[in-house]
Design a protein around this ligand. Structure first.
Ligand code: 3HC
Length: 334
């Protein structure tokens, strides 16, 4: 059912004080949450809901944009023209994901310029995973299989997020992420079936990306300050640990097909809880990465700043063109 917006709330309820309008908006918001329906940009929403969405969507957008770097670095070194074309398409997709998400965040009243300023000033978060280096060609396989695989696992439930623009953006993003994961899997499969050195390179990449991919889902549930409220608002549908466990279960099956192993001898299915379990993760390392002290944090932000500066002429040209068009429209109207 489509969410009712404030304009459709009866006139006598909106014509009164702002408290009356807020009360009507809150009632509508509560009904939408109870019906598991959607809030749209013009609907009234609690300030904290807007803030949480802006936080999550902008962080997500930044992750897509920063996430282009580890793979873009391998485009010129891809082993064949076919691989180069596929990798270019994938990196381009990530840019598109960032743009859908910045657009979704803009509907909450934040400008893209402000979001970008926060990113390049180092004030905004982006996913921890993109602060690790991509050392060999096999890392393109491990990133596709594990990182995009974790992203899909986390993001498919977000297609049902209660905020309309976010949920709709996620549908398209998830379709593209599926292609990304398959291309990563296929790179690893080919290497695994290649020479012993190639197989070892694939295993080494899986070994390095496995734990950081598991940490993409966020801190353990007991240390996740935002999960409870985000789940009550139907933004997140599953907890961080729940999704991490599902992901491990998916990888256990797929790694067998690859002929590789997960670097975790504690992976097991717990018959009592009906959940997959994994070995301990280094949450100190995770906090270090979040604090900006990961292996590539400084490099990623520096590269983003350079790209932003290099693009200044494009923004200036677009603004000049828009001003000219607006002038012409006014002249015609006069
Ligand atoms: N990297 C960086 N920060 C992280 C993080 C991670 N992997 N996991 C959690 N955090 C941060 C949170 O943002 C939060 O910080 P804040 O309160 O200062 O904003 C803090 O750690 C506490 O974590 P919570 O679990 O309480 O936070 P959330 O409820 O927001 O859950 C999340 C974190 C699961 C990442 C959630 O925000 C989410 O699902 N986001 C949408 C998906 C997303 O952003 N994915 C990023 C990867 S994008 C990608 O993978 C691109 C693809 O092409 C590969």
């Amino acid at each position: 059912m489509a969410a009712q917006n404030l304009q459709s709330v009866p006139a006598e309820r909106t014509a009164g004080t702002s408290e009356t309008a807020d009360a009507a908006g809150q009632a509508n918001f509560d009904r939408v949450m109870a019906e598991d329906s959607r809030i749209e940009p013009k609907d009234w929403m609690p300030a904290a809901y807007r803030k949480t969405l802006l936080r999550q969507i902008s962080q997500h957008a930044h992750s897509e944009i920063i996430g282009m770097q580890p793979e873009a670095n391998w485009i010129s070194r891809a082993p064949s023209l076919k691989r180069k074309a596929i990798l270019m398409a994938k990196v381009q997709d990530e840019a598109g994901h960032g743009l859908y998400l910045y657009s979704a965040a803009e509907t909450l009243g934040q400008t893209r310029d402000k979001m970008m300023d926060d990113l390049i000033a180092g004030k905004a978060r982006y996913s921890s995973i993109f602060n690790y280096p991509a050392l060999t060609w096999a890392d393109m396989g491990a990133i596709g299989w594990l990182v995009d695989g974790a992203a899909i696992c986390n993001q498919v439930p977000l297609c049902r997020a209660s905020y309309g623009p976010y949920g709709r953006a996620m549908v398209r993003i998830c379709k593209e992420e599926s292609f990304h994961q398959r291309q990563g899997f296929e790179i690893l499969l080919e290497l695994s079936n290649g020479t012993p050195e190639q197989k070892q390179m694939a295993q080494d990449a899986v070994n390095r990306w496995y734990a950081p991919a598991l940490m993409m889902f966020g801190p353990p549930d007991d240390d996740s300050p935002n999960s409870k409220q985000s789940m009550a608002w139907n933004i997140k549908r599953f907890s961080n640990d729940e999704l991490r466990s599902r992901f491990v279960g998916m990888m256990v099956e797929q790694v067998r097909v690859l002929g590789l192993t997960l670097p975790d001898d504690q992976v097991r299915y717990n018959e009592d809880t009906k959940k997959w379990e994994h070995g301990p993760l280094d949450w100190h390392e995770f906090q270090e990465v979040l604090a900006g002290r990961g292996p590539c944090n400084a490099q990623r932000l520096e590269r983003r700043r350079e790209a932003h500066d290099d693009g200044a002429w494009v923004r200036e040209a677009a603004a000049a063109y828009a001003a000219k068009q607006s002038m012409k429209t006014k002249e015609y109207a006069a």
